[in-house]
Design a protein around this ligand. Structure first.
Ligand code: C2E
Ligand code: MG
Ligand code: MG
Length: 715
């Protein structure tokens, strides 16, 4: 069947016609042959029957009369019958009566045992036996044997002819089918051809001629119809395709554009991410690594040192008095200075080291691999020397120094935090020791820092526990030794540590912001006392109150002062607020604004501790101040230091020219007092007259004498 599927339709049709023809012709030949054979046999049987009947009729008398010879003669005529091979006449008892055998033939007479009429075909013979009756009585039998070879030969010949006819018919059918099948296959082949062409050329305009009305003709018409529809669809498709192509081209262009934009955005985002990453880890001003990157690097450095069993050093740097430069000369110059400092720091370190800016004027240098502790000191010294070179910014020659604290891994800390903390503590110690120096961390420093932490904790509760006290130091006019007023100085009565001077806890209070409530308490207490003094007959007495930078920067100060004035009904003209230079210049603009508001209330402003080193005279005329207090650290070298004396003279001259009052504080001896008196400074504050004393004592001073005698003169 599979084979059939693969052969052409023509062959299939031919095969079908041939098969049909073969079957039908074979059937016809078979039927013909069978009929012929049957007819021939029947004919032979009929002949033989007739002959047997003739013999029976003719031999009847001979049998009845037992006349063998007559019977034999009867049979004699058979010799003219070619096909009769033998004949036998039997008597009533089946005994042979007469026989005939064709000359040249051997014949054995068959035995008969029944009187039935019989016809028997065997090989090329027919045997017939017929009963001979006379008046209805069985008198004998006749048996004939005929040769039917002739019939068979005749039949064979017929079969051969039939077969020849069959073959001829088949041949004819083949030829006819070959010719006729074109009627069916040609249109089909044409159809197939067209279909193939359409497939290969995609030409749907091709059509078939469908002139016949048969199935194939219908098929072709349907095919044409289908092509028609396909062509319409094809056109529509073509239209859609071109629309689609157009759309795709447009979309592709859009996509390409979007892609390009995306790419650009991606690039930009990457750049931004890179920048963000950079900014996240670098200081915007100097480009140095920032705290977070430094902490990472310290972590890595410490792991490395731990593995290698080596040392690592950490330097904590804080520029000395940078704030003053920044505030007095402006942030732009401060920034320039920081950049120069950063460059100089970088020039002092090796590639493996890291210098980072933590913010403000704080820097840190990580030395991840040092051989000995002194290596860190060596680098630190190099940094100090490098910074000692003056920096020129915008025409200003700036001298910047730094205090450096050093901690060494693993001695001063095994973790990043511990190492930073140790370096930080030692940096503070370097500041405390006079700045512009390097200090190695020691375990005792930690004790100090612990103490500071403890103080901080206690300080938070001190106000509620009423542990603060104000002392009053008289301010004296030396012309008549009269008490002009007093400076209120705070004191902390610590329950276990005893009296703690302001220099120890005010910085902590400032760092923690506690200075604001403490400062408020000071203002209210001082104003309260002033009220007392006014009430006890000293209406012209003045009070000086120290203000911290933090207080000045907080917006609530003015209302606190106004409330206090209101509450205690004191004259604001009796009040001096003392600010330090650093107070004034930390935030010059807002400080000036606040000070001007205070001045509007009638309060005088004094610039405290003037000349304590980091002087910037420039803000003297920008700040709304009335008085300059020449600082104790300055005064103490008078009259021994000629340099300090001439500076003091210059300051006094300048203050005079600016019409500012002057107070010399920290005056301990007559020489100092005389020096100032010679300069025309008569208002003095210092141990020469009195140390800061409790209120009662100050009251006693006021009660007993409003004039004060210098202590050494008293003696
Ligand atoms: P200051 O305002 O300059 O106060 C003068 C300081 O010099 C006082 O130290 C005083 O005891 C000391 N002194 C006065 N005369 C002499 C002297 O003849 N020789 C020596 N060696 N010292 C003298 P004190 O009380 O320890 O105060 C230190 C600083 O603490 C003050 O310096 C002031 O800046 C600050 N302070 C004190 N009380 C307060 C306060 O209530 N608020 C704020 N913000 N700061 C305060
Ligand atoms: Mg003061
Ligand atoms: Mg002072």
């Amino acid at each position: 069947m599979k084979l059939l599927r693969n052969i052409s339709i023509r062959r299939k049709i031919t095969l079908i016609i041939m098969l049909v023809s073969l079957v039908s012709l074979t059937l016809a030949v078979s039927v013909f042959t069978f009929t012929e054979r049957t007819n021939a046999r029947q004919f032979a049987v009929n002949n033989l029957q007739t002959m047997a009947e003739i013999i029976a009729a003719n031999s009847k008398a001979a049998i009845l009369f037992r006349d063998n010879i007559a019977a034999e003669e009867t049979l004699e005529f058979l010799k003219y019958q070619d096909n009769i091979l033998a004949a036998t006449i039997y008597g009533p008892d089946y005994e042979q009566f007469a026989t005939y055998t064709k000359p040249g033939m051997e014949h054995k007479t068959p035995e008969l045992h029944s009187n039935a009429d019989n016809t028997l075909f065997w090989k090329n013979f027919i045997d017939i036996s017929n009963t001979i009756t006379h008046e209805g009585v069985h008198v004998g039998h006749v048996h004939l044997r005929s040769d039917i070879k002739q019939i068979h030969d005749h039949l064979s010949w017929h079969v051969i002819v039939a077969l020849l006819v069959l073959f001829a018919s088949l041949l004819l059918s083949f030829l006819l089918s070959e010719r006729m099948q074109h009627i069916i296959t040609d249109p089909l082949l044409l159809l197939s051809d067209i279909a193939r062409k359409i497939t290969t050329e995609k030409n749907y305009s091709l059509r078939l001629e469908c002139d016949s009305k048969d199935e194939v003709g219908n098929l072709m018409c349907d095919f044409n119809e289908m092509l028609e529809q396909i062509q319409v669809r094809d056109k529509e498709l073509e239209l859609h395709r071109s629309e689609l192509e157009h759309l795709v081209t447009r979309r592709t262009a859009d996509l390409e554009l979007a892609n390009r934009e995306l790419e650009a955005a991606k690039h930009e985002a990457e750049q931004i991410a890179g920048k963000m990453e950079y900014h996240a880890h670098h200081d915007a001003l100097t480009g140095l690594p920032n705290r977070s990157l430094l902490i990472d690097r310290i972590g890595i450095g410490l792991s490395h040192a731990h593995r290698e069993n080596s040392l690592a050093g950490l330097l904590f740097l804080d520029l000395d008095r940078f704030k003053i430069i920044n505030d007095s000369l402006g942030h732009a110059i401060g920034d320039q200075l920081l950049k120069v400092v950063a460059k100089r720091l970088e020039s002092c370190i090796r590639e493996d080291d890291t210098v980072a800016r933590l913010g403000g004027d704080e820097f840190m240098v990580l030395l991840p691999t040092i051989e000995k502790t002194s290596d860190a000191g060596y680098i630190g010294k190099r940094i100090i020397d490098a910074l000692n070179e003056p920096v020129i910014c915008d025409g200003y020659e700036l001298n910047v120094t730094t205090s450096i604290g050093v901690s060494i891994y693993p001695y001063d800390g095994k973790t990043t935090d511990a190492l930073i903390k140790s370096a930080d503590i030692s940096m503070y110690r370097a500041k405390g020791l006079g700045r512009n120096r390097l200090v190695y961390y020691t375990a005792e420093m930690n004790e100090e820092s612990r103490k500071r932490l403890m103080l901080e904790t206690d300080l938070r509760k001190a106000l509620d526990k009423h542990q603060f006290e104000l002392l009053y130091q008289p301010i004296v006019d030396t012309r008549k030794n009269t008490i002009l007023g007093a400076e209120a100085l705070i004191l902390w009565n610590h329950p276990t540590m005893g009296i703690i001077p302001p220099a120890e806890f005010i910085p902590i209070a400032e760092d923690t912001g506690l200075i604001v409530p403490i400062g408020e308490w000071v203002i209210r207490s001082a104003f309260g006392k002033l009220r007392n003094w006014n009430d006890t007959g000293h209406p012209r007495l003045r009070i000086a109150v120290n203000l911290s930078p933090t207080q000045l920067s907080r917006p609530g100060l003015i209302s606190v002062v106004e409330q206090a004035i209101d509450e205690f009904q004191v004259s604001s003209y009796s009040v001096d607020f003392e600010i330090t230079e650093s107070v004034a210049i930390q935030n010059l603009d807002s400080a000036t604004l606040t000070l001007e508001k205070l001045k509007k209330l009638g309060i005088s402003i004094s610039l405290d501790d003037f000349g304590t080193g980091y002087s910037s005279l420039s803000h003297l005329h920008t700040l709304p101040i009335d008085t300059i207090k020449i600082g104790q650290s300055f005064v103490k070298n008078i009259p021994d230091s000629m340099g300090d004396m001439s500076i003091a003279q210059a300051i006094i001259a300048m203050a005079n020219s600016l019409d500012l009052s002057l107070v010399a504080e920290g005056v301990e001896n007559i020489k100092q007092m005389n020096f100032f008196r010679q300069q025309g400074i008569y208002v003095i504050q210092g141990h020469l007259f009195s140390a800061p004393v409790p209120e009662e004592e100050f009251m006693q001073m006021l009660e007993s004498r409003t004039t004060l005698t210098p202590l050494n003169i008293v003696k």
